[in-house]
Design a protein around this ligand. Structure first.
Ligand code: UGA
Length: 432
């Protein structure tokens, strides 16, 4: 988020200095390596390194010359579901110590619980030089991984939570080239908007996955049901795709944090707890389905799985990113390995990250067809475009049994039946 925001603001002609703490990363970034896979990002990075608008550094010196300083550090989940604010607070005090004599906006883009920016303000006040003029503002962002650049250029809304008119005006000016509605509000509302926005999207996904369970029990088709529900424009068809649940660095963390905040406020958070529970069930039910299918494959019970090898397509938490944080694939791989399956995996971008965690427990294929070679079935965990367009006849030939268990519903059951596959998907009738 920090990198994409920095690149886009530099591209508008602003002078942007990005402060990081890891020298190797800073070196790579200054050399034009964006470190993450994000469509369109490298181009903007290179362009703005070249024209001098953008520079990466460890030094806080540039704070003193900046009109606006964004905080864009991580707020990961702690054991109890609360957000770890140590990085936000740590950088707030460093920013404070480096403030210059002109008015500076300290704008928090990190997702933080209600009240945090008042704490940030107190930290800045405590550490700032005598007489420093500043305002702390909440400016949450809504970009998605994989479409980060266009989401930053064309957001649905820009939220500015501020008690200072001068700060609000500076942020409105900075955002002038981007689209979307403007919501200028108080700090607490801005902080809550971010959690509420992510939580309602996660709620839609879990609701869809719950309806998928009803469909599997009754023979109804989840895609038809949810599409029809989404035709009501009060609902909208977006974020009702069923599958193996949401992952990533945002939804799981933010739903847990909102529930945690609610419990501390003495509120009933059953709805949010349920969203998380259904999301966990989406991936665990997928594993149970795989066990049922491959343990009843005609050659015995659980012990027979020991020798079975399955191919897996897709490891990132969603397509067009190499991110595997909270990816459903990680849980599914762990469970299947512990059940004794051999797994050949393939993902267009996320292989390196998975290898760093699973090491030699998995076989890594350098292309999707190699992963299939002789496997007894194919599992699809991420809906990359290259899987949707695959030649299914070739897939069938490469597998030792024509079994596909699709966690993202990328194929049409009728077509799969015609081609002679046994095809299992989510919330739709199985093809056997
Ligand atoms: C999410 C929000 O969509 C952004 O608006 C927000 O700025 C961001 O979090 C954040 O807080 O930084 P992101 O996590 O990048 O963005 O990805 P999404 O496209 O929202 O997908 C999240 C997860 O939900 C993925 O695992 C995806 O596969 C899953 N999903 C999404 C579904 O299972 N079904 C759907 O219909 C949509």
């Amino acid at each position: 988020m920090g990198l994409v925001t920095a690149c886009v603001f530099a591209d508008f002609g602003n002078t942007v200095r990005v402060i990081g703490r890891t020298p190797e990363k800073i070196k790579k970034l200054n050399g034009g390596d964006p470190l993450i896979f994000e469509p369109g990002l490298q181009e903007i990075l290179l362009r703005n390194l070249e024209n001098g608008n953008l520079k990466f550094t460890q030094s806080y010196d540039s704070v003193g010359e900046s009109k606006i300083v964004f905080i864009a550090v991580g707020t990961p989940s702690l054991e109890d579901g609360s957000a770890d604010l140590s990085q936000v607070k740590g950088v707030a005090s460093k920013i404070a110590k480096n403030l210059g004599s002109d008015f500076t906006v300290v704008s928090c883009k990190s997702t933080v619980p209600v009240g945090t920016n008042l704490e940030v303000e107190a930290i800045v006040r405590e550490n700032a030089p005598e007489g420093a003029k500043f305002a702390v503002v909440s400016c949450p962002e809504f970009l998605r991984e994989g479409t980060g650049v266009s989401d930053t250029l064309y957001p649905d809304r820009v939220i500015i939570g501020s008690e200072s008119q001068e700060a609000t005006d500076l942020l409105l000016e900075l955002h002038a080239p981007v689209g979307g509605k403007r919501v200028v509000t108080d700090l607490a509302s801005a902080e809550l908007i971010k959690y509420a926005a992510n939580s309602i999207l996660a709620t839609k996904i879990s609701f869809a996955n719950l309806i998928a369970q009803y469909c599997e029990k009754t023979g109804a088709n989840a895609e038809v049901v949810l599409e029809a529900v989404g035709f009501d424009n009060r609902v909208s068809e977006k974020f009702l795709n069923v599958g193996i649940g949401y992952g990533g660095a945002c939804f799981p963390k933010d739903v847990k944090a909102l529930a945690y905040i609610g419990k501390n406020l003495g509120l009933d958070t059953g709805l949010l707890d349920g969203v998380e529970e259904v999301n966990f069930n989406a991936k665990s039910r997928f594993v149970e389905k795989v066990l049922r299918i491959f343990e009843s494959g005609g050659d015995g019970g659980a012990s027979a799985t020991k020798k079975k090898r399955l191919a897996i397509w897709g490891l990132s938490f969603k397509p067009n990113t190499d991110d595997i944080r909270e990816a459903p694939s990680r849980y599914i791989l762990e469970r299947l390995l512990s059940e004794g399956f051999g797994l050949s995996v393939y993902d267009p971008e996320a292989m390196g990250h998975i290898k760093a965690i699973f090491g030699d427990k998995l076989r890594y294929a350098d292309d999707k067809m190699k992963a299939l070679d002789g496997a007894e079935g194919l599992l699809i965990l991420t809906e990359w475009n290259e899987f949707e367009g695959v030649d299914l006849e070739t897939v069938k030939k490469a597998l030792s049994k024509p079994i596909v268990v699709d966690g993202r519903n990328i194929f049409e059951p009728r077509k799969m039946k015609k081609l002679g596959f046994k095809y299992y998907s989510v919330g739709r009738r199985d093809v056997k």
